[in-house]
Design a protein around this ligand. Sequence first.
Ligand code: ATP
Ligand code: FE
Length: 359
Amino acid sequence: FVVLGVESSCDDTAAAVINSDGTILGECRVSQDQLTEEWGGVVPHVARDAHADAIQHVIESSLRDASMLPSDLDAIGVTMGPGLEVCLRVGYRAARALALKHDTEFVAINHLEAHVLVSRATKTAENIQFPFLTLLVSGGHCQLLMAYDVAQYEVLGGTLDDALGEAYDKTARLLGLQVGGGGGPALEKLARKGNPKAIPFPVPMHRRPDCNFSFAGLKTSVRVAIDKLGGDEQVQTDQSLMADIAASFQETAVRHLEQRVTRAMQLCDDRGTGVNTLVVSGGVAANAVIRTRLESVCATQGWSCSIPPMNLCTDNGVMVAWAAVERLRRGIADDHTNLDVRARWPLAGLGQLSEPLPE
Ligand code: ATP
Ligand code: FE
């Protein structure tokens, strides 16, 4: 069957048409990077208007790519949360209108589940069977989870303060980088020219053997280091110093990830789960250093590692369409007429949108 996925939860408007085997037939994304740069962040009503301007275009263009008409679609999946409500509603309304008009099956998608499941859509990942361990690292989330099946997740740990993507974005701003294409990619690029051992920032919570994360302290360490090195102006005129700070930040963040992932793997072993696959997902999984380092943690531990192709890590329509495929295969669809979007919609106790959140 053929599925359309629609995404508008944050600052990317995206759609894709895929086959139930994961083949991408058509895809389109419009990013709001320019606006985010101008406003110094995502402003809900600005983002909502940009989604409203782009939503028909991304849907039509992905259908055109696929040489399909809306009436050819077997199902429509749309992100209903978590995210900015005013933005989510733009995607929901467009998807609902299409589903109503053509009497198409409708699936309410959790954005985080879409990030996690997209690994299973790619051909090379045919062997990713449930249950698996997953590290979700994105702009709003940093979690280690057990994925038992579609809609069945257990949170092993989460961040006590900032998400990793957020830490990259904030640190990029601290360094005065142009963050139009995203703070993460800008910082990663700068870090390539620096020495990761130049500044030994403390690795967060390295004595606490749990699966939680913390990145706020690291961001503060960067602030303090900049001040010690002579302040913003002084530091920003010295490109090699800037690169060293970026590389040292990244090194510390990666070591924190390595420690937490290793800990979660131990937990899987202690419980005798037999799980030995790690899936890394979310926008930050597009980072080349993070990809390589987590792959080698897996290699050392005898685990297999799966990370989606970079273009499927950051927000996209394919992951939403694929999450719909996975749900439809298990007989899960939703009644599109009486739903509303959810700003908060955690993976623990996920279920369906029509079900109330667990206490
Ligand atoms: P969430 O998925 O939690 O709702 P989001 O959808 O806004 O948040 P994503 O699109 O999944 O987030 O990821 C965007 C985040 O990923 C941004 O914070 C961005 O800086 C970060 N990111 C993207 N590419 C890279 C990279 N190469 N290195 C580090 N961080 C990156
Ligand atoms: Fe996302």
